[in-house]
Design a protein around this ligand. Structure first.
Ligand SMILES: [Mg+2]
Length: 261
């Protein structure tokens, strides 16, 4: 059976490893599970995420699926794409044999584009909002890696890609097509690799839980990220709940609930 793992809040918290996760992934693979890593993080290149997994003692294989890849799958070869976001989006667009024009380029906005692709961009400003929304008003499709309002940091939540997207969509007067969890485009990528039966493991019911429903898979909630035991119950209701990925995997492989600690 396939296991799709969210990263932040499941495998690590920002840069800190979550105890036991690396070993749990090794045990899952040893038991024959197909493990993929599914993240809405759009900034980094796929290789950056693979390197981070390796630094945490986890073989990334060819099993990293990002919201940038899902969004770029909506771009056709040969198209010209204005990118509001980071190198992960540029790489994904170029891997589709399309042309990526970062919004920060001095000549961005001088030639027409077929699509505007939006992710998290810490450099986002009024100029970028103007270039992106004007391109959409002139006919470009508005695509996005994700619509997460915030993402967690050590000092609390900060604006996420969804906040940048909302500014552009409001100025452009259109509804964007969103590729990342919990939406359909990234579900298509996961199903192409993993099939129709699996477990989606995540820390956020609103993204990972709803994504499990989009996939038609089980939702397994772990309590190492945004949701603690005091936040239960949550919607959608998880088929499995465990304190950690390690406990979840132990229970799945042995059939026994780990003793409380
Ligand atoms: Mg997460």
């Amino acid at each position: 059976m396939a296991w799709a793992l969210d990263l932040d809040g499941v495998v690590w918290l920002a840069d800190e490893p979550i105890a036991g996760s690396a070993g749990a992934i090794t045990r899952l693979r040893g038991a024959g599970a197909h493990v993929v890593f599914v993240t809405n993080f759009s900034w980094g290149r796929r290789g950056d995420i693979a390197d981070k997994l390796a630094r945490h003692g986890i073989d990334p294989g060819d099993d990293v699926i990002t919201s940038s890849m899902a969004a770029a799958a909506l771009v056709e070869p040969g198209e010209r794409v204005l990118v509001v976001g980071g190198p992960g989006i540029v790489e994904a667009v170029e891997s589709r044999s399309a042309e990526a024009v970062p919004v920060g380029d001095p000549d961005a906005g001088t030639a027409p584009v077929d699509a505007v692709l939006v992710g998290l961009d810490p450099q986002f400003d009024y100029r970028a909002m103007t270039l992106a929304s004007t391109a959409v008003r002139r006919g470009a499709r508005l695509l996005a890696t994700n619509d997460d309002a915030t993402y967690p940091t050590a000092t609390g939540p900060v604006p996420g890609g969804g906040a940048v997207l909302a500014a552009i969509a409001t100025a452009a007067g259109v509804t964007p097509v969103v590729a990342g969890k919990p939406h359909a485009p990234i579900a298509t990528l996961v199903r192409e690799r993993c099939g129709d039966v699996g477990v989606m493991v995540g820390d956020r019911p609103d993204t990972d839980g709803r994504f499990a429903r989009t996939l038609g898979w089980e939702f397994a909630l772990v309590l190492t990220g945004t949701i603690g035991a005091h936040d239960l119950p949550v919607t959608p209701s998880p088929e499995r709940i465990a304190a950690t990925l390690a406990d979840l995997v132990d229970e799945a492989l042995t059939g026994h609930r780990p003793s409380p600690r």
